[in-house]
Design a binder for this molecule. Structure first.
Ligand code: FNR
Length: 391
């Protein structure tokens, strides 16, 4: 799938330098700090607050990114790295790279046209990087996957309180062709988010990103009338149904809804990892939701080693605080099977739609690939064997 995409991901720098010889500079910056500053200047404040903000004083979300600096890789020399292979096996798929786009529930409104979910999916098609599509979207999950081309997608489930609605969403995702169901565990209620509270803005309550519900036959039956006829009632029903409190006994039920792998997102403790596997989870996803849900203080990357240790052979996905290719390689070295990119691709989308998100992903992959080239790790297995050291 990805020779044009791959060759080597690091070749992206040759493209950039080559264009420079013709006087063409990259349209978007290649580093996160400048990207974030550009997006902050460009995005409407209510959307920027929602994307950039987090829980409490945002200590945890800052720590998530900062803590990567406590980890490092030791270079190895005299290794032939002229050919690198960044591909991974996940859910029975061979994926060309070890990254994916984490689910972001306001992607739909991040692009000015209100179709950010489709733009993210097109970025997946361009790069081969799967999109984990959020339940909260402006376009139906079926259309989002269709826009991903031949790149596989995963569906993130916010489990509704109504079991028939949950079954309907999962069934639609499986029928559409998604390859895994990612069940988010940490968001049956929204965390305390001062930026949104100070502006009294919660996008869903204003009717944004609820298309998967409004288009759903079970939701429409529960509403008893077309959502268009009474938008306020539709939003009210959505709010009343949004967040089921999941406990371990629910994993068997979730698995009964689908033949797809069930991934539990939000596992940060070794004991929870063991319980999840005992309960039948097919994969674990270590994440603290980018510090948006609980301002708990410990960076996600610092919780990853315990989860990996407890997981054994069960794949562990990871996100929260990943800002660069070096961060990706560190997470892989600690034992993540695949690494989720969150806010950075949102900024790319906001600045330049699908091309912007694709650029962000290509920069991250280029930096990861070049780190592997320089440090003597031709494959992800070599990265894993090298491990990461804490400063
Ligand atoms: C999220 N995240 C999220 N997670 C999820 O399971 N479903 C969702 O709909 C959302 N929505 C969402 C919106 C926004 C604006 C953000 C920033 C994040 C969490 C997301 O999947 C991921 O865990 C974090 O983005 C990782 O943190 P960083 O790396 O983006 O800081």
């Amino acid at each position: 799938m990805a020779r044009a995409r791959m060759g080597h991901y690091g070749d992206y720098q040759n493209e950039i330098y080559g264009a420079g010889l013709r006087g063409v500079l990259p349209k978007l910056p290649v580093d996160h700090a400048t990207l974030c500053a550009r997006a902050s200047a460009a995005m409407p404040p209510h959307i920027l607050n929602y994307v950039q903000g987090g829980c409490g004083d945002e200590h945890t979300q800052d720590e998530n990114a900062r803590a990567f600096r406590d980890w490092g890789m030791v270079p190895r020399m005299m290794v032939d790295c002229t050919t690198r292979d960044l591909s991974i096996d996940l859910f029975g798929l061979r994926l060309p790279s070890p990254i994916f786009m984490a689910p972001i529930g306001v992607t739909g409104i991040v692009t000015p046209d209100g179709h950010g979910d489709l733009a993210a999916a097109r970025a997946a098609a361009i790069t081969g990087v799967p999109l984990c599509a959020s339940t909260l979207a402006n376009d139906p999950l079926e259309d989002v996957l269709a826009a991903s081309g031949d790149t596989p997608g995963f569906f993130q489930l916010y489990t509704p309180r109504d079991p028939d609605l949950a079954a309907s969403l999962v069934g639609r995702a499986e029928a559409a062709g998604y390859k895994a169901i990612v069940v988010t565990l940490d968001t049956w209620v929204t965390g305390w988010r001062p930026r949104d509270l100070n502006t009294a803005n919660f996008p869903q309550l204003r009717g944004h990103v609820l298309t998967n519900y409004m288009a759903d036959p079970v939701f429409r039956r529960l509403l008893g009338k077309p959502p268009e006829a009474d938008p306020a009632a539709a939003v009210g029903l959505w709010a009343s149904l949004f967040g089921k409190v999941l406990t371990w006994g629910d994993v068997a039920w979730l698995k009964s809804l689908t033949s797809l792998p069930i991934v539990l997102k939000g596992i940060c403790h070794g004991d929870d990892a063991r319980r999840a596997i005992d309960a039948g989870a097919d994969a674990l996803y270590c994440s603290n939701h980018g510090g948006r849900q609980a301002n708990g203080g410990i960076a996600a990357i610092d919780m990853l080693p315990d989860v990996v240790k407890a997981a054994g052979d069960v794949p562990v996905l990871f996100d929260s605080g990943v800002r660069s290719g070096s961060d990706v390689v560190k997470a892989l070295a600690i034992g993540a099977r695949a690494v989720g990119i969150g806010r950075p691709y949102s900024y790319g989308l906001a600045l330049d739609g699908a091309a912007g998100a694709a650029h962000v992903l290509k920069c991250i992959l280029a930096e990861a690939d070049l780190l592997m080239a320089v440090n003597g790790y031709p494959t992800i297995a070599d990265v894993r064997a090298a491990g990461a050291r804490r400063r």
